[in-house]
Design a binder for this molecule. Structure first.
Ligand code: SF4
Length: 344
């Protein structure tokens, strides 16, 4: 079987090109064609001699995802629906911010964690995405847009739990951050997790990226109800890891808090949250719940959201209200997968 160049680190590409008699330094050129110029065929690598391209083509290929559809929201967000080679759907969302774009990418097909507020969680886990499938979401969007000058911010916050596909997430991150790869700044990449505590510790050791924790509750009882993963990794352990996570300079940990009517949106929850996060340098993103067909919860009224925010402000927290982008195209937080059949 041919090696997919999108799955390979620079060292692995060096080994591959050496094995067919090419000089190892050619690996860097190959990687740049793949990750910087988003080449889709080895024939595009015109800095290699024709004969070298032929030899490389005999042992290697470059995979792509099939772009099935782009849905454009009223707020300018774009949801990309891709198809994998084995027929699964993957969704990625590109969102406009004031000064830049943010691209939200997926790491799994479906998700095993079953958070009650999340449509993806209802699908169950189909499988992990490969390194190539994670990176191909970025390549396809970069190729389609005018981002060569200014790369978008990247958030690993789409379908799936990135830290339960740890090996492929980590390798993708390394390729995204490498000068021979996509060359993203670590300040532009955020990994979001539902709280896989041992993997947070590993990530802290392995790579300097921004961390977002999907918190959504101010106590274990409510969190376990909303996010069954909390039973295994309770708040005390999660926040211990958060406190010791090495955050890039001038950055803070982000806590995501989805506000759900009559579940976690009361004034006493806001007070409890303020106590819980005491002394953690952080930002709390308040996200009013995005309803979707069959959703079991409701979005709180605006005055309740504002009251919750005001209490956090009184305790000196930064707590912006994030109106999720793309809800009219079912692309908002927790809605991914709702517009596709994640199965063959
Ligand atoms: S919120 Fe994230 S971790 Fe929870 S079910 Fe959805 S995709 Fe999985």
């Amino acid at each position: 079987m041919k090696h997919d160049l999108k799955n390979l680190s620079l060292e692995e590409t060096e080994q591959l090109v050496s094995s067919i008699g090419m000089k190892p330094y050619r690996a860097r050129q190959v990687a740049q064609w793949v990750f910087r110029h988003h080449a889709v065929s080895i024939d595009e690598m015109t800095s290699l001699a024709k004969e070298a391209r032929t030899r490389l083509g005999e042992v290697a290929c470059i995979s792509t995802l099939t772009l099935e559809k782009i849905a454009i929201s009223r707020d300018g967000s774009r949801k990309f629906l891709f198809k994998t080679a084995d027929g699964y759907g993957i969704e990625s969302v590109l969102m406009p911010e004031k000064t830049h774009w943010t691209l939200c990418i997926s790491t799994q097909i479906g998700c095993a964690l079953g958070c009650k507020f999340c449509y993806t969680g209802t699908l169950g886990l189909k499988r992990n995405l490969s390194v190539a499938e994670i990176l191909n979401q970025v390549s396809a969007v970069l190729k389609a847009g005018e981002f060569q000058e200014k790369l978008p911010n990247l958030v690993f916050m789409g379908m799936g739990e990135p830290l339960l596909n740890y090996e492929n997430t980590l390798k993708s991150l390394k390729i995204l951050l490498s000068p021979w790869g996509f060359n993203f700044s670590h300040r532009k990449i955020t990994v979001s997790t539902a709280g896989i505590t041992p993997a947070i510790k590993e990530l802290a050791h392995d790579l300097p990226v921004n961390l977002a924790l999907s918190l959504n509750a101010s106590n274990d009882k409510t969190r376990t109800f909303l996010m069954p993963v909390n039973k295994k990794y309770p708040l005390k352990d999660l926040l211990k890891e958060a406190r010791s996570f090495p955050i890039p300079a001038r950055k803070r940990i982000t806590f995501e808090y989805i506000l759900i009517k009559d579940v976690n949106d009361a004034a006493e929850h806001a007070e409890e949250l303020a106590r819980l996060l005491n002394k953690i340098p952080c930002k709390i993103n308040l996200i009013p719940f995005n309803e979707y067909p069959t959703a079991p919860f409701k979005r709180p009224e605006e005055k309740q959201v504002l009251l919750f925010q005001a209490i956090l402000h009184q305790h000196n927290y930064t707590a912006p209200i994030r109106m999720s982008k793309g809800s009219d195209i079912v692309a908002a937080c927790g809605q991914l997968g709702a517009s596709i059949t994640a199965g063959r």
